[in-house]
Write a protein that binds this ligand. Structure first.
Ligand code: PFF
Ligand code: NA
Length: 452
């Protein structure tokens, strides 16, 4: 294969631009909305430890592999896998990995957009001072009213999908870059502020204990699977999002160093969100296992009582919206890139089609929080089903396949060429990607099947 130096869809202007975009993809609702609520549902410390272990042993090596495959293929994940399989002399069916990834992104975005819509609804609530001096009961009622109202949720879900499509149409390289540069540090500062408030609540120690003292009797096979799945979800791994971003990465940028930064930033944001939220949960006698509404029922309490809370609350939900937006565009980019390559249509048209399809499924997700809440399969409503299918099953399996491809199919010398790492670092990565990562995913699945 002749080495391609650039994707037809363009290229990041610099290493820094890629870091911004990939960190923008990683840091999102997964850190601030999902991590705290699944930690609460799964008993805290032990769950957090398994998650951190998975980030280190699976997330980091697989992110390196995914970016590497993208940069070497320089196309949408489907076509990247096609040409890399050909180059490696591997089975052409490896390109189905691109397909399952594209479908996973589509299924995730359908519910991701609904939750991002909640964050948008909360921008308005914050603006009108609806949290000021409210007690836990009133804050809870605000959230329940939103859940019971499909029209309002569909309105915000529509607004969020339109924002996503707008930025995807610009091309991810010039879409959010400028915004993300300022917004991510701002989000970080507000989280630190919230942690400061949490320290003053009196239940700070209890919150920290919940998060960091592991009690392994609290977790079962399914919790371990959820923790592992979340490591993939939070790092945007296993479905081609990071692969397609890698395809726009200039040659000779250090993939390993970049990965460490992205994974580090993502983990810090998640932990800060947890440290801000759990003291509030215990100080107000709320339920740690409250589910997807957890941040919406806790953080407004802090904003309603702290000095400057009106402004910080408003800023927080605006920043959460942008964090979600910089993730959602990466969820749909693999599909858009593929449509442009294979269906020969313009980028804006491809974005519109992909977005419209996601929107329709998202409307059904809205109903799963109200009029269809009793409609269950395997004891899960549509939202829970999509979340489980994608985060717990599709992403880990996709990640395992990426590891197997990078470790066993691709020529070692090609991987060396792409990664340009010191020999010891490369050796360590190669052992992880070849043996440790695939085996770990496999063992967790075995454990889950055994526990059924
Ligand atoms: N990593 C994002 C988050 O934590 O919110 C979610 C996500 C984005 C998952 C892109 C998967 C993906 F491909
Ligand atoms: Na994340």
């Amino acid at each position: 294969m002749t080495e391609k130096t650039q994707s037809i869809h363009g290229q990041w202007s610099s290493r820094f631009a890629f870091i911004l975009a990939a960190t923008g993809s990683a840091v999102g609702l997964g850190n601030i909305w999902k991590f705290p609520y699944i930690t609460g549902e799964n008993g805290g410390g032990a769950f957090v430890m398994v998650y951190l272990l998975c980030v280190a042993a699976l997330g980091i090596p697989i992110m390196i592999a995914e970016i590497m495959l993208g940069r070497r293929g320089r196309q949408s994940p489907i076509n990247t896998m096609k040409s890399l399989a050909a180059e490696a002399g591997a089975d052409p069916r490896w390109h189905y990995l691109g397909w399952t990834g594209m479908i996973a992104g589509f299924l995730i975005l359908a519910y991701y957009s609904v939750i991002a819509g909640w964050a948008m609804a909360y921008i308005v609530k914050a603006f009108f001072g609806q949290f000021i001096n409210s007690d836990a009961g009133e804050i809870k009622r605000l959230f329940e009213n939103l859940m019971a109202n499909p029209v309002q949720q569909i309105f915000w879900h529509t607004a969020f999908m339109m924002a996503t499509m707008y930025f995807v149409m610009q091309g991810v390289q010039n879409g959010l870059e400028k915004a993300v540069r300022f917004l991510m540090p701002a989000l970080f500062v507000i989280l630190i502020l919230l942690v400061g408030y949490a320290m003053s609540t009196g239940a700070y120690e209890q919150g920290m204990n919940f998060l960091f003292s592991p009690d392994f009797s609290k977790i079962d096979a399914d919790a371990v699977l959820t923790a592992m799945g979340h490591a993939f979800f939070t790092l945007s791994l296993g479905m081609g999002a990071i692969m397609v971003y890698g395809s726009y990465l200039p040659n000779h940028v250090s993939i390993a160093k970049t990965t460490l930064f992205i994974a580090g930033a993502d983990t810090v944001v998640a932990l800060l969100a947890g440290i801000a939220i759990f003291p509030l949960v215990f100080a107000n006698n709320l339920e740690a296992g409250a589910g997807p509404g957890l941040i919406f029922q806790t953080l407004p309490l802090a904003f309603g009582h702290m000095t400057g809370g009106w402004l910080f609350g408003l800023l927080f939900f605006i920043l959460l919206f942008f964090a979600a937006l910089s993730s959602s565009i990466s969820l749909i980019e693999p599909a858009v890139a593929w449509l442009v390559e294979n269906r020969n249509i313009e980028r804006h048209q491809a974005s519109a089609w992909a977005g419209a399809a996601c929107w329709a499924l998202g409307v059904c997700v809205v109903f799963s929080f109200n009029i269809w809440s009793d409609l269950k399969l395997f004891d899960k409503n549509l939202f829970e089903l999509l979340d489980y299918l994608t985060a717990n099953l599709m992403l880990p399996l996709g990640g395992m396949a990426i590891a197997i491809f990078a470790g066993w199919m691709m020529k070692t010398q090609h991987a060396e060429q792409e990664l340009e790492m010191p020999a010891a670092g490369f050796q360590a990565w190669h052992v992880l990607i070849k043996y440790v990562s695939p085996a770990a995913v496999f063992l967790v699945f075995l454990h889950v099947l055994g526990a059924l």
